[in-house]
Design a binder for this molecule. Sequence first.
Ligand SMILES: Nc1nc2c(c(=O)[nH]1)N[C@H]1C(S)=C(S)[C@@H](COP(=O)(O)O)O[C@H]1N2
Ligand SMILES: [Mo]
Length: 322
Amino acid sequence: MHVIRKKGWELPESAATDESVFLRRRELVKAMGLAPAFLAASSLPGFAAADPAADPTADLYPVMQNLRYRLDRPVTEEKWATTYNNFYEFGSHKQISGAAQALKIRPWTVTFGGLVEKEMTVDFDTLVRQMPLEERLYRHRCVEAWSMAVPWSGFPMKALVDFAKPLSGAKYVVMQTQADKETMPGLKEFWYPWPYTEGLSIEEATNELAFIATGLYGKPVPRQNGAPLRLVTPWKYGFKCIKSLVHITFTDERPVGYWEKLQAAEYGFWANVNPEVPHARWSQADERVLGTDERVPTLLYNGYTEFVADLYKDMKGEKLFM
Ligand SMILES: Nc1nc2c(c(=O)[nH]1)N[C@H]1C(S)=C(S)[C@@H](COP(=O)(O)O)O[C@H]1N2
Ligand SMILES: [Mo]
């Protein structure tokens, strides 16, 4: 069991499992008559992932890794990525993973509205089975200057945009997190602008890097990381990566996100990573790598310049980096 659980992402990316080995392992598991859910048994008691049988999408994972997206650093240990989180709905500190287990993730519906051909309400389990699932190793850079590198499973955001059928006038996609007072103690902190809202331009949302994560470390994504679906935009500061999505709206007006509403001088719409543009209160030149004492230099667009620089080449007057 422990041998099988020794996955590629527990190794430096340079040594990550290639596709054929990855597939073979999957076949082996099937041949042994073990449900993929068996693989997902978590070593962390009390976590949702410890009971994958309860998740109706557990059979979908693990999925094939897309080797196009490379890391320049080892993958962060699962225990760090799943116990050091930002999810203000459950508290304005990092140790919310326990409290987040209260998030009720079934049934879960996502609405599509605004400038779309037809408004829709879709059950998550139906939606995810229509999407092209893959795994990607991505870096993540929080605006607070910590970082990690993790294996997300999910699908390109472009597939979700295509599914929603926006009208030609749609220029932005706006996303909202569930806001449930029963399960989210953070919502009592009334000075925060709930519900958590974020947005992307359509060009960003359909850029190949923009990803909707439904899994993490080869299992359904844990609640504290934004179950059952969350945005991942690795070239932007982490606050853009909005969790536990319930509403997706297309508009012709740039939305104001949660952090921008709270503190516009410190957090903007574009929020692209740039080591040379400091936050109002601290430097962004380097970052602490989660699970280590190491600080490494921060990279322009978090290392994803080749994928995204073109999006911004004609936006001279915009505050692109905060
Ligand atoms: N709904 C919601 N989404 C959120 C946040 C939040 O507080 N609420 N925090 C953001 C921030 S600041 C970061 S760094 C990432 C953290 O994701 P992780 O906990 O999976 O590492 O989630 C982002 N998405
Ligand atoms: Mo963050």
